[in-house]
Design a protein around this ligand. Structure first.
Ligand code: APR
Ligand code: ZN
Length: 377
C-alpha cells in the first residue's frame, strides 16, 4: 500500500477543442477499493476525440481523457483483493462489480455500480485523484489513461496474463473487444451466414474478425473510404461496397445489399455512429430473421427511424456496448485468445507515438489512414 501522491506527466484537456497539454500532475494515493496503475501504453479512440471536441454533454473539463490502455499496478487502496502490486492490467470503462442488479442478471455486461460518479468524472466517493497547478482535474470514463499514473476503482480493473505485450493488448480495452464481442456474444453470428459490416475502422474490422471466427461464409464490407478494403480483406471480408461509387451513388445501400445476398443479410453491424447507416443496416437485413446490431455511437440527441413494418416482418434491431463482454471476467480471456493466436491485435496498429506526441496521434486518428495509434509511455 502507498499513501503518497505521485507527480507525473499527463495530457490535460483544459477545454474543448484545444490541444491537450502535457503537464505535471499530482496523482493522489488510491483510497479504499481503488487501484493506482502505471500506464504503459494506450491508444486513441473516437470517444476520446468526441469528448475532447466538446460535443459530449457529459464531458467535464479540465479532464484527463483516454480509455483504451494497459499498465501495471503500482499500489492498491484498503480492501483491494483482486489485484496486487506488479499485476498487469487493463482499465475498464465498463466495470464489473459482480453484485449489482445488472451484474447478477446474467443478461448484460453493463455494470451500474459506479455509473453515476463515472459519468460525473469523479471517483465513487465523489472526489478526483488528479490535481494540476492547484486545480482539480476530472477523470474520464473511470479510466483516464492519458496519464503516466491513474487511479481506477478496483471493479474497473481487469487483471491479465503477464506474458501479453502491454503495447498491443491495450487495444482490447475498447475497439477490438467491442467488435469481436459484438459478433460472438451479442449477435452470435452463426456458421455459414452472410454478414454486412458498415464502417471499416477498428470496430468494423474487429466485427469482420469475429464473424470469420464464427464461421460466416460471406462478409460484405461497406465503407466510403476504399483505402480500408485491403485491411478488411486481410481480416476476412469477401465483398466490398462503396455507397458513393459512380455505380452506387444513386442507389440506396440497403437495396444494393439485398440484391447481392438473395434477400438480405443474416447479420448486419453498424460501426460508424451515423443514424442514416443505422437505418440502412436494419433495412438490408433479410426478412423474417435478419438481425442488425448497432455499435457506433451517434452524436447526443440524434434519433433513429424506420418503418415499423421492418420489425413486424421479423428483422431485429439491437445494440451492443463493449461487445457484451463483462470486463473483469471476459477481457483476460480475450488477452489469452490473442496470445494463443486466435484473434489479431497487432494488425490494427497503424501508427505509434511517444506519449508526449499525443496531439499528433489525435491528428493521425482524424486522417483517413489511421486504424489505431498507440502511444508508448
Ligand atoms: N458509409 C460508409 N462508411 C462510412 C460512412 C458512411 N456514410 N461514414 C463513415 N464511414 C466509414 C469511415 O470511412 C471509417 O472507415 O466508417 C469508418 C469508421 O471508422 P472509425 O472512424 O475509425 O471508427 P471506429 O474506431 O471503428 O469506431 C466506430 O464505434 O465505438 C464507436 O464511437 C465509435 O461511433 C464510433 C464507431
Ligand atoms: Zn455490477
Amino acid at each position: 500500500m502507498s499513501n503518497q501522491p505521485i507527480k507525473c506527466k499527463a495530457a490535460v484537456a483544459w477545454e474543448p477543442n484545444k490541444p491537450l497539454s502535457i503537464e505535471e500532475v499530482e496523482v493522489a494515493a488510491p483510497k479504499k477499493g481503488e487501484v493506482r496503475v502505471r500506464i504503459i501504453a494506450s491508444a486513441l479512440c473516437h470517444t476520446d476525440v468526441y469528448t475532447w471536441s466538446g460535443k459530449d454533454q457529459e464531458g467535464k473539463f479540465p479532464c484527463i481523457l483516454g480509455h483504451e490502455g494497459s499498465g501495471i499496478v503500482e499500489s492498491v487502496g484498503e480492501g483491494v483483493t483482486s489485484v496486487e502490486i506488479g499485476d498487469h492490467v487493463i482499465p475498464l470503462y465498463t466495470p464489473e462489480c459482480k453484485e449489482c442488479k445488472f451484474c447478477t442478471s446474467g443478461k448484460t455486461n453493463l455494470c451500474q455500480k459506479i455509473r453515476v460518479t463515472q459519468g460525473q468524472g469523479v471517483m465513487p466517493d465523489g472526489t478526483t485523484r488528479f490535481t494540476c497547478k492547484g486545480q482539480e482535474v476530472f477523470h474520464f470514463m473511470g479510466t483516464s489513461v492519458f496519464s503516466e499514473y491513474t487511479v481506477c476503482a478496483e471493479i474497473s480493473i481487469a487483471k491479465i496474463n503477464v506474458d501479453a505485450p502491454l503495447d498491443k493488448v491495450c487495444l482490447l480495452g475498447c475497439g477490438v473487444t467491442t467488435g469481436v464481442g459484438a459478433a460472438l456474444n451479442t449477435a452470435k453470428v452463426t456458421k455459414g451466414s452472410n454478414v454486412v459490416v458498415f464502417g471499416l475502422g477498428a470496430v468494423g474490422l474487429a466485427v469482420i474478425q469475429g464473424s470469420q471466427l464464427a464461421g460466416a461464409t460471406r462478409i460484405i464490407a461497406v465503407d466510403i473510404n476504399e483505402k480500408k478494403y485491403k485491411l478488411a480483406a486481410d481480416f476476412g471480408a469477401t465483398d466490398f461496397v462503396n455507397p458513393l461509387s459512380e455505380e452506387n451513388k444513386d442507389k440506396k445501400i440497403q437495396d444494393i445489399i439485398v440484391g447481392m445476398t438473395d434477400g438480405g443479410a443474416d447479420y448486419s453491424f453498424e460501426c460508424i455512429g451515423n443514424v442514416e447507416t443505422m437505418r440502412a443496416a436494419l433495412e438490408c437485413c433479410h426478412k423474417g430473421w435478419g438481425e442488425c446490431t448497432i455499435i457506433g455511437v451517434a452524436e447526443g440527441g440524434k434519433e433513429i427511424s424506420t418503418r415499423p413494418f421492418q420489425l413486424v416482418t421479423g428483422r431485429v434491431w439491437r445494440g451492443s456496448a463493449f461487445g457484451g463482454v463483462k470486463g473483469r471476467s471476459g477481457v483476460p480471456e480475450y488477452v489469452n485468445k490473442y496470445l494463443r493466436g486466435e484473434i489479431k491485435v497487432d494488425e490494427y496498429i497503424t501508427h505509434n507515438f511517444n506519449f508526449e506526441q499525443i496531439n499528433d496521434a489525435f491528428t493521425a486518428l482524424k486522417g483517413g489512414d489511421c486504424i489505431r495509434a498507440v502511444m508508448h509511455y
